[in-house]
Design a protein around this ligand. Sequence first.
Ligand SMILES: [Zn+2]
Length: 328
Amino acid sequence: MSSLGMNSRGEVRTASEFKDMFDDTGISASPYKCPFCEVLYVDKCIVTECVKAPHFGLVPKGEAHRNGCNGEATDSGVVTTSKPSRAPKGIVAGDIDLPEALVSRRNPTRLRQPGGDDNGPPPDVTEVRRRRRIVVGDPTIQSCFTTYNIRNIVEAYKRLRSKVHDAAVALGQSPGTDEYKKTFRASLEFHPLVLKKVKLNYRIAFSNSKLFPSRDNRIYSGNGTILIDDKFIVIQDNDVWPATFERTKSAPLTVRIARTLPPESPTTHARALAELEQLALEQKPIDWWAYGTATLHHDRFEILVESFDHLYWKNQYNPSARSTQPES
Ligand SMILES: [Zn+2]
């Protein structure tokens, strides 16, 4: 299995980047090929939700790469997850791959020579080497399980919590007991999560109204109602948040995101904006998640969200649900 693939335009991306694109648009970039030797690939866990990280397999199974290629940019082979195969005692690892990093959207790297197309001859040894050098030298290509949308991280977090809960209960630990809390804490901390280069884990990367907000970016969550003004969508959280570490004072919290989209924004951002404007009209409360920093201004916390990739809410428009509806 490989973590890098190429679409018919000769652009190399990681399997998780192809998954993000599919989640956004509902359109698969298949057929995929090995970006180096162009042997045919099949995508795994890209158009379907699964417990494994997105990756590619060879078609047919047992087919081999050619001209010194192993499907990766280096000879050391696949770098997928850093997770040890067995979790230490007292930790529930769960048989799932979780996104390991929140990254920025990036432009794809084109690997084919100018004029090369999907019907060209297979790359020879020199060409395979040239392509591998390009990928090795490109620091924006990360072979771990990344995503640019917090949606994938939030959904993985929910799956992990429910797995840890089930496992702890199966061990006879009741929710609320010290034993249960210890298992929960250790199990979430066991799973690394990098938020824009800041190394955290699946416990400390998340926060809510029960904790004094960190000075750094986190994924915050709550339940709130939506208002719109001239410039911003504003989610007013229904809870008060601790305004001191000792929780002696509290303050309301709002999440803001600009209603003006930057040029060349993906169409999914326009759709997310329209959906929030509609929810504001309907006065429906939402369960929200936002990546950013909660800062205190005039006795009120504010999280200013930079991109619609960093704001997610329950039942947010989901293109994979669309494919189950009849075509019109
Ligand atoms: Zn290959």
